[in-house]
Design a protein around this ligand. Structure first.
Ligand code: ADP
Ligand code: TYD
Length: 201
């Protein structure tokens, strides 16, 4: 089973990914946690390039680099884990590119983007995606104190487009939207009751 978590920076998705991973491990099952970009030697190097506040990265290059990191992660980590029956929990997957590069950077029409994702992932899609939705101000206050990386310097208009692009995806059956302003415990309970049925617990 393959779960992914999505949301704007500071939405609380890493907290929820970790909590789901802990809950699945308590069942005695193998869990593989991955984060994007990263998770492989190549991916971590690409991550450093993409998040460096000093780097000049053209939006087209940005989309292709995120996709390149994802292709390596799918081939080296995600597919082997799924093949041996592990549960994979991804902190971001291709919906992040749809939201940040497609929406935020206003890059590509959805059909074109979908084909790029299919190519990068060799057709692998999450079985379930939890989209943690919060107003921009809530996310910004949760990020306070963290050093802003290059992607986080986009400003309010950028993040508004990212959030809207995420919400536009929520018509897909795979994607469940959760109100990220609720307590971390309540959000986890909602996720866990859904995940349990997928995991046939
Ligand atoms: P993200 O991965 O989306 O950037 P994190 O999970 O790292 O977000 O959470 C950002 C901050 O918000 C952390 O300090 C975390 O403890 C806090 N946080 C996470 N979920 C909640 C929540 N539901 N309510 C209040 N604070 C939260
Ligand atoms: P990260 O530090 O992992 O942020 P977070 O903890 O909020 O997930 O940084 C990843 C950044 O890269 C984040 O701002 C979202 C952005 N991103 C994209 O723009 N496109 C993508 O395809 C991915 C995977 C991430």
């Amino acid at each position: 089973m393959f779960f992914s978590f999505e949301g704007i920076d500071g939405s609380g998705k890493s907290t929820q990914a970790r909590r789901l991973a802990d809950a699945v491990r308590r069942l005695g099952r193998e869990v593989v946690e991955v984060r994007e970009p990263g998770g492989t030697d190549l991916g971590e190097r690409i991550r450093a390039l993409l998040l460096d506040p000093e780097a000049a990265v053209h939006p087209h290059a940005e989309l292709l680099l995120f996709s390149a990191a994802r292709a390596q992660l799918v081939a080296d980590v995600i597919e082997p884990a799924l093949e041996r029956g592990a549960t994979v929990i991804a902190d971001r997957f291709y919906d992040s590119s749809t939201a940040y590069q497609g929406g935020g950077r206003q890059l590509a029409a959805p059909q074109w983007m979908t084909r790029l994702h299919r190519f990068a992932t060799a057709g692998r899609s999450p079985d379930r995606t939890y989209l943690i939705d919060v107003p921009l101000a809530v996310a910004a206050s949760r990020r306070a104190g963290r050093d802003a990386d290059r992607m986080e310097s986009g400003g309010t208009a950028f993040y508004t487009r990212v959030r809207d692009a995420y919400l536009a995806l929520s018509t897909e059956a795979r994607i469940q939207v959760l109100d990220g302003t609720e307590s971390a415990d309540d959000i986890h309970q909602a996720i866990w009751s859904d995940a349990k049925s997928l995991l046939e617990v």
